[in-house]
Ligand binder design. Structure first.
Ligand code: PAF
Length: 282
């Protein structure tokens, strides 16, 4: 496994590779990321994993500074998992197109209004930051396949749209969320939780599960189900951001005739913001 820090070296190493599978990450890898590598390996012999904590997708009061950076451990896990290349550029390398690094001057991708809903409503500019770095990484790696986790359902939706609308020749694959036995979706941010918080962190998943049960029993008052789930979470000590039942095909608010659905949620437990989602069909 090669560890590469510069775009020039990456390009030169990948020059003769016609089939590359790519897994973009921000590091602090857990079993969910390793699953993405496993899926990537099924599609190509050459698997590139990027580790880059992208400043552009963090808001001013978010956890950019404290985001866990565990490069050595990550590389160990990726070697065991069978990745071919770890691309780990510095911020300067990624955003060096200016005299000095001025992230405010970085060109970015303008996204459709769906990017301002759900997580985008409480994290303004987040998805533009994600789309911009992913577009840059795609241009550097030039993969035929890129693998993303379904846990970030809205992110995956936006990346798929970006690839379609910008005609990028990349097959985007979404991989099921890997969960703790409690149901808690694996996330690098779970590391912020105290033991007590971790013990109750699966309540977010339970809230989504109960919505699905109610819908399956015929309740189509989605707004009421969302409100009820939020208030249950708040009474359990969370600060619910949103719980939303949407079409899994368009990510628009679900109507009573939609049959492919996803219920998404985001809520804070202490200072830690967790997200989760479940897709289901009726
Ligand atoms: O999902 C993530 O880890 C990040 O948003 C991504 C896709 C690597 C872009 O920075």
């Amino acid at each position: 496994m090669q560890i590469i820090n510069t775009i020039a070296e990456l390009r030169s190493v990948l020059k003769n590779q016609s089939n590359v599978a790519f897994v973009p990450t921000m590091g602090n890898l857990h079993a969910g990321h390793i699953q993405l590598v496993e899926v990537a390996k099924q599609h190509a012999e050459c698997v590139v994993v990027s580790i880059f904590v992208n400043p552009l997708q963090f808001g001013p009061n978010e956890d950019l500074a404290s985001y866990p950076r565990t490069l050595e451990a990550d590389c160990g896990k990726l070697k065991t998992a069978g990745a071919s290349i770890v691309f780990t550029p510095s911020v300067e390398e990624m955003y060096q197109d200016f005299d000095g690094i001025n992230l405010n001057q970085t060109m970015s991708i303008t996204l459709p209004s769906i990017a301002n809903e759900l997580c985008g409503a409480s994290r303004p500019g987040h998805f533009a930051g994600v789309a911009t770095v992913v577009m840059k990484l795609f241009n550097m790696v030039q993969p035929s396949i890129a693998v993303f986790g379904q846990k970030d359902f809205q992110q995956l939706f936006i990346i798929k749209q970006m690839v379609k609308q910008f005609n990028l020749p990349i097959n985007i694959i979404g991989v099921d969320t890997v969960r703790e036995p409690s149901g808690l979706a694996m996330s690098s941010r779970n590391g912020y939780l105290t033991d007590a918080q971790r013990a109750s962190a699966s309540q977010l998943n339970s809230a989504l599960q109960s919505i699905i049960q109610s819908v399956m029993c015929g309740n189509k008052d989605y707004a009421q189900l969302e409100l009820q789930a939020k208030s249950t979470l708040n009474s359990q000590g969370w600060l619910a951001d949103y719980i939303s039942i949407r079409s899994s095909l368009t990510l628009l608010l679900a109507s009573s005739t939609d049959t492919n659905l996803v219920v998404l949620g985001a809520a804070k437990l202490g200072n830690t913001r967790l997200i989760d989602n479940l897709t289901f069909n009726i």
